[in-house]
Design a protein around this ligand. Structure first.
Ligand code: DX5
Ligand code: ZN
Length: 214
């Protein structure tokens, strides 16, 4: 499994120090949560801040846009040098077009589902995706409790990928720790996002190491 620690739980007062240990850690990607206060009831950080994070971070950027009309920001995400751009299914009326725009910009395309959205809605698009991100909490905040039904959704999504011949990775976001991470691995997840379990730990680099070894 790949590990994508979430910047949302990092110390924003000293991002330089955070990125210093992070770059040397066993993390695979950096997960970046952009919120607009409309799609989700919180605001995190925007592109002027992320420009500096991108400069400090040497690992691939996994950008999770929790915003309405994410198609307006394809160029901004590309300018960060992002590896992957995740948009919410619930935020895109023309999802097929947005996925095409992300690919045209040279990035991997991910689609995110909220906890109440069934995986079946992706049947006609999943073959075009590089990743599906299942939210295991309601998006907007770090440090929430894992929703156990996500494990069933991981198994359903794996069956959908097999049926459609899709090679998309399965990423999970919210309430991931050593315990839920183990269950997610058994269920078939490929990428784990973890915020609080890493940046909130007494020794973040060690927490990162342990989760990466799951
Ligand atoms: C929640 C964000 C998550 C968040 C996860 O809206 O999408 O990426 O940072 O945080 P934890 O791991 O603390 O639940
Ligand atoms: Zn996220």
């Amino acid at each position: 499994m790949l590990l994508s620690p979430s910047l949302l739980s990092a110390n924003f007062g000293n991002l330089e120090a955070e990125m210093e240990w992070f770059n040397r850690s066993s993390a695979d990607w950096l997960h970046i949560d952009v919120m607009d206060g409309v799609f989700v009831p919180n605001i995190s950080f925007g592109f002027p801040v992320l420009k500096h994070v991108a400069r400090l971070c040497s690992k691939p950027l996994d950008v999770h846009l929790m915003i309405v009309q994410p198609e307006k920001f394809v160029n901004e995400v590309k300018a960060l040098g992002a590896y992957l751009m995740n948009v919410h299914y619930e935020a895109c009326t023309h999802l097929h077009r947005v996925v095409g725009q992300i690919h045209e910009a040279g990035m991997k395309a991910g689609v995110t589902l909220n906890p109440a959205t069934p995986v079946g809605v992706l049947e006609d698009i999943v073959a075009d995706l590089d990743l599906v991100l299942l939210m295991s909490v309601n998006p907007g905040f770090g440090g929430q409790k894992f929703i156990p039904h996500t494990l069933e959704k991981v198994r359903e999504l794996r069956a959908l990928l097999d049926k459609t011949g899709s090679r998309a990775l399965i990423e999970i976001d919210g309430g991931v720790n050593m315990e839920t991470g183990k269950l997610l691995k058994e269920a078939g997840a490929d990428v784990l996002v973890a915020g609080n379990a890493i940046f909130g730990a007494p020794n973040p680099a060690q927490a990162c190491e342990e989760l990466a070894k799951l």
